[in-house]
Design a protein around this ligand. Structure first.
Ligand code: GSH
Length: 211
């Protein structure tokens, strides 16, 4: 049994990805909230010691810090041999989608939500148009992939590829984007996995329990 401590914040889809893994797998962990809306220098000293860029999520596994949500998912899958970690082949397939997420959907969807919900003045019309166009291209790629009777991203079983990519998609409304039917159906399938809760429900609850 490993000692896990997650630093997070309820506004972060990157944190939600990690919590989905831990909650669905029923793995116990401690949680500490970090206020991501204050200056980095004012965040908890312990957290800043572990999180190189002052970002959440940061996961301590037996005292060792792991940052970057997709790396954390990869580490958890390898460690517990579940959700993609069952074999080297499944893990590498999941990793391909993790890179896709980090380079594509993860570079427009979180930004669109941030622009709509938190900082509308920081984005001009051209940047918003760029992000929206990029999102449309990426979501079409994903919808195509999910259209041929595939239940989850890799196969019939959920994996870290699903957790990584779905993180911000449950907040599509907050980002002001519409989702194709294939994507909504897939999100619905994930939400039927035992232990699933919506992002705010899962993350607010963790904050109240331990913060
Ligand atoms: N590439 C990172 C992104 C993490 C990230 O953007 N974290 C945001 C919250 S969603 C954060 O900590 N922002 C606070 C800040 O940078 O000051 C990952 O995948 O973990």
């Amino acid at each position: 049994m490993h000692a896990l401590k997650l630093f997070g914040h309820y506004d972060s889809g990157h944190v939600y990805k990690i919590m989905l893994f831990l909650e669905l797998a029923n793995i116990p962990y401690d949680y500490e909230q970090v206020d991501i809306w204050i200056d980095k220098a004012d965040r908890q000293t312990e957290f800043l010691k572990f999180s190189r860029n002052g970002e959440v999520p940061c996961l301590l596994i037996d005292g060792l810090p792991y940052i970057q949500s997709n790396l954390i998912l990869y580490k958890l899958a390898s460690l517990y041999k579940i959700y993609g970690g069952e074999s080297a082949q499944r893990l590498i397939q999941a990793l391909e989608w993790q890179f896709w997420e980090a380079n594509r959907l993860g570079m427009c969807l979180p930004q669109l939500r941030y622009a709509k919900l938190i900082a509308p003045d920081e984005f001009n019309a051209d940047s918003l148009a760029f992000l929206r166009n990029r999102f449309e291209v990426d979501i079409a790629v994903l919808a195509r992939h999910l259209s041929d009777d595939r239940k989850f991203i890799l196969d019939d079983k959920a994996s870290i590829a699903d957790f990584s990519i779905c993180g911000y998609l449950y907040w599509a409304d907050e980002a002001g984007v519409r989702l194709p039917r294939q994507i909504n159906n897939w999100l619905e399938r994930i939400s039927r996995l035992p232990g699933w809760r919506s992002p705010y429900e899962m993350m607010n609850k963790a904050s109240q329990d331990t913060h």
